[in-house]
Design a protein around this ligand. Structure first.
Ligand code: TTP
Ligand code: MG
Length: 373
């Protein structure tokens, strides 16, 4: 396996309850109250989903992607707000500019991975000093400077994780949210990961978790607290490969804190997409297709204004009336200007899901793996 210098220092910065924090800063009288950003709850009959909720609303059990009607039932007195994308883009750009500045100060590398997340790799003198002593003081100071600057300038809080690679830094930033700082020294990686639930590892969603629980279920050591990274670590690489293919190899490596990705190398951001919830569930192609094409146009417009020219994946998502959700992707070489080819691909992916017998509640369209022009 390719070895990369052992002691890299990578910061992962993730803004807290991002959309809700932007709303809170615009209307300080909201502070301390539960805020839910997303679809209109329409007194509990609304049909969309929650984009995010602030930490006060999360105490009621409200979270991202939950049906807005359920959020309303959990806390009818919460402040429900629509998504204000222009505001969030403005704040995101300002925060990312601050982070890029820091990365230059520390002769580092920078990579933004979503609207509210970025990695900074610290290089130069600060990195050498840390590698000599592993004293966290210096890294703590840098992290606190970053958080203070974001708070002073943009009036929102961020959580930061610091680790020897992108995987560990990302898990660490989530460890003490909100407004938290977690530093994982290179020598402590396994100690940090072992007790965590397997769901904390990127790439383990509900499906992989269920599958892994089935495999681990026969092991008497998996206690009532559920499977942890240390349980996952007991599974041989060959067994994981048998069950999950290449994804199994990355599970094996993640459980050991191995990640050789390089910060700032990729020119690809994650993806850009949009979803639409129908006012009433429908199985009619005449209602569904115009929505698909309007989502396609909106997404391509956003990608174009972000400066992208080419991309490699198209994904279509559908949610049936019973909430069963499917996504289907197709990889290829697409140019953003080639709208006909993109629409045809989206149609091909969606078509198999359309049937007058099975009504659809939501459709989504997403493109990803960009290359900047
Ligand atoms: P996240 O960083 O995943 O979540 P968050 O910032 O709201 O909360 P946390 O403190 O846990 O980081 O996502 C960033 C923004 O992306 C979020 O504020 C809203 C949007 N988003 C959605 O619209 N739908 C989703 O399902 C998720 C997860 C996020
Ligand atoms: Mg966030």
């Amino acid at each position: 396996m390719k070895r990369i210098s052992k002691n890299r220092i990578i910061f992962h910065v993730d803004l807290d309850a991002f959309f809700a924090s932007c709303e809170e800063r615009e209307s300080p009288h909201f502070r301390g109250k539960p805020i839910v950003v997303g679809a209109d709850p329409k007194q509990g009959t609304g049909r969309g989903v929650v984009s995010t909720a602030n930490y006060t609303a999360r105490k009621f059990g409200i979270h991202s992607a939950m049906p807005i009607s359920q959020a309303y039932r959990l806390c009818p007195s919460a402040i429900f707000l629509p998504v204000n994308g222009a505001l969030y883009s403005r704040v995101s750009n300002a925060v990312m500019a601050i982070l890029q500045d820091f990365s230059q100060t520390y002769k580092g590398k920078f990579e933004q991975t979503s609207i509210d997340e970025a990695y900074i790799e610290i290089l130069g003198r600060a990195a050498s000093a840390y590698n000599r002593s592993y004293s966290c003081d210096c890294m703590q100071k840098i992290a606190n400077r970053i958080r203070s600057k974001i708070l002073d300038r943009e009036r929102i809080t961020a959580s930061i994780g610091i680790g020897p690679n992108m995987l560990v830094a990302k898990i660490a930033s989530d460890f003490q949210k909100p407004n938290g700082l977690t530093i994982v020294k290179p020598t402590d990686v396994q100690k940090f990961l072992d007790p965590l639930p397997i769901r904390k590892l990127p790439g383990i969603g509900p499906k992989t978790e269920t599958e892994l629980m089935k495999i681990l279920g026969s092991s008497p050591s998996t206690g009532a607290e559920g499977a942890t990274v240390s349980h996952l670590r007991k599974l041989p690489q060959s067994l994981l490969y048998e069950h999950f293919g290449r994804h199994g190899i990355s599970l094996y490596e993640s459980a050991r804190g191995i990640d050789n990705r390089i910060v700032g190398k990729t020119t690809e951001t994650k993806s850009i997409g949009e979803e639409y919830t129908f006012k009433e569930d429908t199985g009619s192609a005449r209602e569904i297709l115009p929505i698909l094409f309007s989502l396609t146009k909106n997404v391509l417009r956003s990608a174009q204004s972000a400066g992208y020219k080419d991309f490699k994946t198209i994904t279509v998502k559908i949610r049936y009336a019973n909430f069963k959700t499917h996504t289907k992707s197709l990889s290829g070489n697409y140019s953003i200007e080639d709208i006909n080819k993109i629409e045809q691909t989206a149609l091909k992916l969606l078509w198999r899901f359309i049937s007058s017998l099975k009504k659809i509640r939501l459709i989504g369209f997403r493109i990803g793996r960009f290359t900047k022009g």
